[in-house]
Design a protein around this ligand. Structure first.
Ligand SMILES: *Cc1c(COP(=O)(O)O)cnc(C)c1O
Length: 364
């Protein structure tokens, strides 16, 4: 097996693979961006060229997600992890609670950060089932007067995804770090979406926040500048120096997605890719066991276990020897995880599924 540039099939959970065409474009632009004589890394964030890069990135993201005019798109720093704090600091005002739905490790972290700010309410915690599914959101009992309900659309470590958008009678805040742009969404179902770029959009260093204007207006008028959503919105993400290079790469990824049919087409590709691997799990005669319940199987992070540590180690070792990198699962779930974000190639899924079938035959 030989991939262009001797690359490997990279199943890493994040930072993760990017489209090869995007890397090639970035390489071609690296030293002298469009003839302006310098690199995007060396360019003023106030320059005309960068102004165009960030505005096009925003427009293309709006196009992909079908965002209405009344939403703001922000390119911030601090990762999704800063959003765990910034959201409650801005919106869980004094004396109010906010509801948290915990379907895995990241939701739990978001809840714990909110506890440092005030008194959030845990309205669902999937701990007892080892976070193997997501609840039906419209069945949950929301807390009267809650400022928002926080969900994690795809739990990256457990591989659990709602696979649907649910409109609720309270503002919904969603950590979409690991499945944003993996399928079309109903933008109306979310008042604030945040996502670190390094799973499905670009390199680490930029966090996209998409917030409805109506919700934004509930944030305090003045707070520490870097924590001030309104200030970032008023300045169109240029209050201070933004992560210019990361935004530029995200912009290339958005153009790449648009050129390949947008999110509906991407969702079809993602379904086909995930099916290859889930089928290999389900048809392995129990050699591989999927972690997530079928109704909530993530199309981005496929989690599975083997019977014991010895066989798991052997599987990972043989996989590595065959050019499959990054399959070791997170220690909290154990076993293996194949992260197959948008940019992960279909042929890589075909190859892994075949390898898993062979392994199951030899070890069944
Ligand atoms: C990776 C991840 C995070 C953490 O992102 P950082 O950018 O490292 O802060 C948060 N939530 C989800 C769902 C993730 O996958």
């Amino acid at each position: 097996m030989s991939l262009p540039y001797n690359r490997v099939y990279n199943f890493a959970p994040g930072p993760a693979c990017l489209p090869l065409e995007v890397l090639e474009q970035a390489r071609d632009d690296l030293v002298n961006y469009k003839g302006v004589g310098l690199s995007v890394m060396e360019m003023s964030h106030r320059s005309k060229e960068f102004e165009t890069i960030i505005r096009e990135a925003e427009e293309d993201l709006r196009k992909l997600l079908g965002l209405p005019e009344s939403t703001h798109v922000l390119f911030l720093q601090g990762g999704a992890t800063l959003q765990f704090s910034m959201v409650p600091m801005a919106f869980m005002s004094e004396g109010r609670t906010a509801d948290y739905v915990i379907t895995g490790t990241w939701g739990k972290k978001a809840f714990e950060a909110a506890q440092l700010v005030g008194q959030p309410t845990k309205i669902y915690d999937g701990k007892d089932s080892n976070y193997d599914h997501a609840p039906c959101l419209s069945d949950l009992k929301l807390t009267e007067g809650a400022a928002y309900v926080h969900i994690t659309s795809n739990e990256t470590i457990q591989g659990v995804d709602y696979l649907a958008d649910t409109r609720l009678p309270v503002p919904v805040v969603c950590d979409m770090s690991s499945n944003i742009l993996s399928r079309p969404i109903d933008p109306d179902a979310y008042d604030l979406i945040y996502a670190g770029a390094q799973k499905n959009m670009g390199p680490a260093g930029v966090t996209v926040v998409i917030v409805k204007d109506e919700f934004l207006q509930k944030a305090p008028a003045k707070t520490h500048p870097m924590l001030d959503y309104r200030l970032h919105a008023e300045n169109k993400s240029l209050y201070n120096t933004p992560p210019c290079w990361a935004i530029y790469i995200c912009g290339l990824v958005y153009k790449h997605l648009l050129a390949h049919g947008g999110l509906a087409a991407q969702a079809e590709r993602n379904q086909a890719k995930a099916k290859l691997i889930y089928d290999a799990i389900d048809e392995s005669g129990g050699v591989f066991r999927g972690h997530a319940q079928k109704a909530n199987r993530s199309l981005m992070n496929i989690t599975f276990t083997l019977a014991n540590d010895e066989i798991t180690e052997r599987f990972l070792k043989e996989a590595k020897e065959n050019g499959f990198a990054g399959l070791k699962g997170h220690r909290s779930v154990g076993g293996c995880r194949a992260s197959i974000y948008n940019a992960f190639p279909h042929e890589g899924c075909v190859a892994l599924a075949q390898f898993m079938r062979d392994f199951a035959c030899r070890n069944g």
